[in-house]
Design a protein. Sequence first.
Length: 230
Amino acid sequence: MKKDELSGLGSYQGGNFERDYPGGEKKWEIVKAAARLFIKKGTVNTGVRDIAEASGITVGTLYHYFKSKDDIIAAFMDYAVFGTGDFLKEAESRLEGLESGEALRMAIKLYLGFTNEAQDIVLFWHQETRNLIPELRKRLIDNELVLLNIFEKIIKGGREKGVFEVQDLRLAAHNIIVMCDMWAFRRWDLGRRMTPQQYSEEQIDFILHGLCYNGFSAAKQQAKEVQQAK
């Protein structure tokens, strides 16, 4: 998979993530490098020197940004909270007034954009949640609840308007998040079969089909008409 293909998945509309990340672009690069190493070697077998070398900096420079390896792991949580906060702001400002089908389509694209910015970190969270210290585990779960509430609210609104036919709103929201995250932990095959943009469109159609049943075509046509009217 080419780097430019990865950057095309549901682009981060709120700005430049590397620029906006707390601590700046260099700190963000260190966090991403650490995530790649943790996935490959595990947290126990990865040292601070390994992370510094992967980031193209000296150990002394790394300590300017992070006090320890545990501090880097905690920074992953900062990414999750930062990304979710911006996703929430984007959702509130851009989805207001949209029809339910189009609102859900836009929300999924936004979320795919955020997760694509840090695929290795997303994969790290899925693998290491059980190994986190209690404080970080609780913070991660609380952050996930924010995401769940956003999608659940959109789906509930659509169900009330007769657009979506689904009984368990919470389960539907969980499924959407996992299906978006799938690009990170199934990319070994998906990346050979389709571009990120194709993945985004295919997943959105698949999700809407599951929520709408016979109303899928109507919801898709509704979204198309909204896009053409802009």
